[in-house]
Design a protein around this ligand. Sequence first.
Ligand code: ADP
Ligand code: ZN
Length: 745
Amino acid sequence: MYCQVIIDIVHENVASPFTYRIPEGMNLEPGQRVAVPFGRREKEGIVLSLSETSDLAESRVRDVLRPLEDYAAVPAELMELARQMAQDAHCPLAETLRLMLPAQMRGGRVHVKTEKTAVLNIPCEDALKLAEAEKRSPKRAALLRALADGKAHTVRELAGMVKDPASALKKLSADGSIRLSEEETLRIPGITFENCTDPGFTLTAGQREALDEILPCLTGKGGRFLLHGVTGSGKTEVFMAAVHETLSLGKSAIILVPEIALTPQMVSWFRGRFGPVAAVIHSRLSPGERFDEWRRIRRGEARVVIGARSAVFSPARELGLIVVDEEHESTYMSDHHPRYDAREVAIQRCERENATLILASATPSILSFARARRGDYMLLEMPRRVKDRPLPEVEIVDMRKELENGNRTVLSSALRKTLKECVSRGEQAMLLMNRRGYNSFVSCRSCGYVVKCPNCDISMTYHVADNDGLLRCHYCGHAMRPPETCPECGGRYIRYFGAGTQKVEEEVAKLLPGVSTVRMDYDTTGGKDGHGKILEEFRSGRARILIGTQMIAKGLDFPQVTLVGVIAADMTLNLPDYRSRERTFQLLTQVAGRAGRGEKPGKVIIQTYKPEDPVIGYAASQDYRSFFEDEFRRRRRGLYPPFTLLARFLTESRSETAAEHAANHLEREIREMMEKHPVWQKKILHVTNDTPGVKVLRGKSRRHVLMKLLVSPETDEMIAAMTEMAREPFEETEVWFEINPTTMI
Ligand code: ADP
Ligand code: ZN
């Protein structure tokens, strides 16, 4: 027997499988990891297929050294998925196969943990009699009594009952009354929040209707849904009921959340409701915990997997359901190689494994909603909050007027007043200061004018690090000096926009001395469970005001919050990205949805320098449909995704000239292709070659070549050709090729 093995090396010279002989007496199956000789070294690989014969000369075929586990680490469905992904992404299979395994499993950096265990070797009654008769050693007597229940106990556990049991155990084992052995144990990660049990809700009409569509699909051949429910409509309860049904059918479910550290609530709900069949995977687990959770899933002991995007590759047995919560979040796109979009992977897996897919959000991505409208997903709408709780009342505050009235601080008078009232009523408030884009764009504080690129209708950005005082456009490279007075109103208050969470915290402390606040941003959430501690401060009520970046907007449910303040809604609106309107709408709608989720109604104050911007209006009225129509039209007009694809080559090098050379070379190649092939000429709308927003990253100079492609049947072939171009060897330079990159900087 022979097997074809994919060697765990990412290099196109070793991309195709190598044939090895399976020695007599060794049993292997596809998906199993093996150690094989490779050149003069030993390498790890994954068995792709088995065959009875081989075309190669017998003398040239070498033997598999040994299997690394006695089971297929990559089950058949995931082997297929890896193959498909490698094909779609034009990358070696070894690269996508790596996604299917816990990283530390490769290279044997994590092992099965064992613990010394003792179990009785004689009948229980005899053990008790022996204990009675044991006069010389009270330790041995105590151990025999403890083990008389006939169950296996770890030595660690026994040491809790009897001090230093080692020698006593040894004696008992030598006598033959007990057996000592090394037993495998699982490292199951702890949970931060206390367990809750089934709250026994009566489902709302919206939840009922959604489930009436979903549940029949679980029994059958699966279905695809986009669950669009306003904030507080009870989407989680729909997932829970769907998971419950999935489990009762003997299948398993994967629940994807944007970032697990921000969703301990979800985890505790699922753990509470479903107990240990729920496994949690996230980046803060120790390698051992991660490996063991993975093994619990692989064996079918854990049938509900909750995790961030990489959990979509979990080896769940008999997959019945994948839920993607807050599907609009950009964290579902991976930014490491190989790049993937967890939502697309979920679609593929569900299709392949006849499972049901639920994408859920209060603010679906433009892409997903467009697909639902086209009929790719069944659209399920839950337009009302549970118990018909009202959506929060939203007030838009014009910060230009504040300035006119002499208020130069970050808190408007309306927000000050409402915040005071809220705290004096004993309720809680959340203040959102979106710091992403800090100091990055230039805007007029009197009229709201933002300096935009004349070619792209995207705001120009200023980079503190560049030090040349110029504003740049990230899309076309256009550069200009910032204006000294506003071209719109002639005002002198045109400046870099920005104020951080710390500033807000200081203002609040001045306004409400003695009121306890917590701040949640990248500076305060480091370390193990940094988020959990801050959120617990707030949840317990010890802190009355939570101040934070966009982190606080995501999926949190605090019933005591009655006021939400957005310090500067414009911040994200003016980021130099075609998605900034979409992201701003999502952020504002989501954060507004945090108010009034309990019995008391909520109020939201949105501060802005541009109250007339329709995006702010749509978010204030939680009017997703109007926003969608507006944005969809704008994308069509501006030829942005989903109507086009953005593609880019990114070059990175220690040498600035090398990075530039590589980019120039790639640009030339593209332009040559366009001259030679009419299709390329027609489908590529735009090619630019310049420095990205971040010029130097981790000591490497960067350049990028950006292209806008029209979507057509030829696109795939063009992308394959471009992928090849990026693979050419470049001197001292790394080249990445990306389609619709998550960030353009
Ligand atoms: P969403 O994710 O849609 O914003 P959640 O799923 O967080 O909303 O639910 C909002 C709140 O409503 C939660 O506190 C949840 O426990 C509660 N809830 C959900 N379903 C019901 C129901 N059928 N009856 C009463 N309360 C419910
Ligand atoms: Zn431009």
